[in-house]
Design a binder for this molecule. Structure first.
Ligand code: HEC
Length: 358
C-alpha cells in the first residue's frame, strides 16, 4: 500500500520501486472518508475517479484537530493536518450495504470484511485484502525543515493564504483480517518527530509530563505534551495564523511517552530503504490480539496523532478518551476504537468513520 501508485488503476505501479520517492502512493489513491460519507442526496465518489491524478489536496480547519487534546503545533508555529482514507474493501462494504448515510445505518450491524484467509487465491493475488483504514498526519514544511528528508504533498490549506508543501510525519494503518477481527493497528512516524520537528531540544525536558499544565501554557518552556494554544472564545476554534499570515501560537513540546521497542526491525528496513525518503520513517508499534486473547502491546501511540493522550496518565486536556480510563490504562488503539459507534448509536466495528454519516 505504500508502493508508488498507478493513478489510473489505483493499484501499485510495478514498473516503479518502493525507493521511488515521488507520489502518489497506493493509499493516497484511496478515497477520503469525506468522499464516501457524503450528504444524503448526493452519491459517494466512484472508486478510483480520474481526479486521483490531481496533484493538490485540500485540507480544512477540522483536519487540524487531534482526536484528543486539540491541535499539534510544530517548531515553526504551524498546525499539523491529518486525513483518513479507506481501501476498496471498506468502500465496497459501505456502498453496497448503503451504510454511507444515516438512514442506511439505522438498525445496521456493522461487520467490515476480513478478506481471504490465504495470501494467494488459485495461485493468483486475491482481489481483496480485507478492510484497511489509514490516517496520515502531515506538517507544513517551512524554515529549518529539510524537505529532502520527507515524503511530501502539495496542499491547499483553506485557512491559509498560501498553498503549502506538506511533509508526512505520521501514518496509522488499521487492517481487519480473518484471524484479527479486532483489527491490527500499526503506526509509523518520521524519525525527527521528537528530536526536532515537534520538540525543541534546548528546552529542559523537566518538568516531566504534567497533566495539570495550564492552558494555554504560560511558562517559557512548556511542560511536555501540553497544549500551548487557547481557543478563540468567539468562534470556539484554534486560530493558526494572524491576518498577516504569522503563526500565533507557541510550539507544542512533544516527547515520546511509550518507548519504541523494535529498534532492530527499524534498522533493518531503514537499511533496505536507503537512498529514499522512507529511510527517515520508523515503525512505532503494532497492536494486535495474541494467542491467549490479550491485547499486545497494551498501549500504543503516535506522537503526532495521540500527542496529548500517550499516557500513562489521563490526557492533559480534553475529555477522557474512553471508559474505563484510569492511570496505567493510557493510549490503546483498540480500546479507544472499540468505543466507536455509528450515527444511530449502534455498532461501528472499531471505525469512527461510520459516525460521520450525514
Ligand atoms: C483516545 C482514542 C483513540 C486512540 C487511543 C486511537 N485512536 Fe484512532 N481515532 C480516534 C478517533 C476519535 C478517530 C476519528 C477522528 C479523527 O480522525 O480524528 C480516529 C481515527 C483513526 C483512523 C481512521 C479511521 C477511523 O476509525 O476513523 C485510524 C486508521 C486510526 N484512528 C488508527 C489508530 C491507531 C493505529 C491507533 C494506535 C496507535 C489509534 N488510532 C489510537 C481515536 C483514537
Amino acid at each position: 500500500m505504500n508502493w508508488p501508485a498507478n493513478p489510473s488503476t489505483c493499484g501499485a505501479d510495478l514498473e516503479k520501486t518502493i525507493l521511488d520517492s515521488s507520489g502518489p502512493r497506493v493509499w493516497q489513491t484511496w478515497l477520503l472518508g469525506s468522499e464516501v460519507m457524503v450528504p444524503n442526496g448526493s452519491k459517494p465518489s466512484a472508486w478510483c475517479p480520474d481526479s486521483r491524478t490531481k496533484e493538490t489536496q485540500t485540507f480544512n480547519d477540522r483536519d487540524t484537530l487531534l482526536s484528543v487534546g486539540g491541535v499539534l503545533i510544530d517548531q515553526n508555529g504551524r498546525f499539523s493536518r491529518h486525513e483518513t482514507r479507506l481501501n476498496e474493501d471498506v468502500y465496497n462494504y459501505l456502498v453496497t450495504n448503503n451504510l454511507w448515510n444515516k438512514a442506511g445505518q439505522r438498525n445496521a450491524r456493522i461487520d467490515m470484511p476480513t478478506g481471504p484467509k490465504d495470501l494467494l487465491c488459485d495461485g493468483q493475488c486475491c482481489g481483496s485484502t480485507g478492510a484497511i483504514m489509514v490516517k496520515a498526519s502531515w506538517k507544513v514544511l517551512g524554515a529549518n525543515d529539510d524537505t529532502s528528508r520527507f515524503y511530501t504533498l502539495q496542499a491547499d490549506l483553506l485557512d491559509a493564504s498560501q498553498p503549502a508543501l506538506l511533509g508526512l510525519v505520521g501514518l496509522h494503518i488499521a487492517h481487519k483480517t480473518p484471524t484479527q477481527k479486532k483489527w491490527i493497528w500499526a503506526s509509523f512516524e518520521h524519525v525527527d518527530n521528537v528530536t526536532k520537528l515537534f520538540n525543541n531540544p534546548r528546552c529542559p525536558q523537566t518538568p516531566a509530563y504534567n497533566p495539570n499544565a495550564p492552558v494555554p501554557c504560560t511558562q517559557t518552556c512548556c511542560p511536555p505534551n501540553s497544549q500551548t494554544a487557547a481557543k478563540d472564545p468567539k468562534t470556539n476554534t484554534y486560530v493558526e495564523l494572524s491576518p498577516a499570515g504569522e503563526p500565533l501560537n507557541r510550539p507544542t513540546q512533544v516527547t515520546r511517552v511509550l518507548p519504541i521497542s523494535n529498534a532492530l526491525v527499524n534498522k533493518q528496513f531503514q537499511t533496505l530503504l536507503k537512498g529514499s525518503v522512507w529511510e527517515n520513517y520508523e515503525l512505532v508499534s503494532t497492536q494486535w490480539v495474541d494467542h491467549r486473547g490479550n491485547i499486545t502491546p497494551e498501549f500504543a501511540a503516535n506522537t503526532t496523532l495521540e500527542t496529548f493522550d500517550q499516557g500513562p496518565d489521563s490526557p492533559t486536556h480534553g475529555k477522557l478518551p474512553y471508559k474505563p480510563f484510569s492511570t496505567h490504562v493510557s493510549s490503546s488503539c483498540m480500546k479507544c476504537h472499540a468505543t466507536a459507534t455509528n450515527s444511530a448509536g449502534g455498532s461501528a466495528d472499531f471505525s469512527f468513520i461510520l459516525s460521520t454519516a450525514r
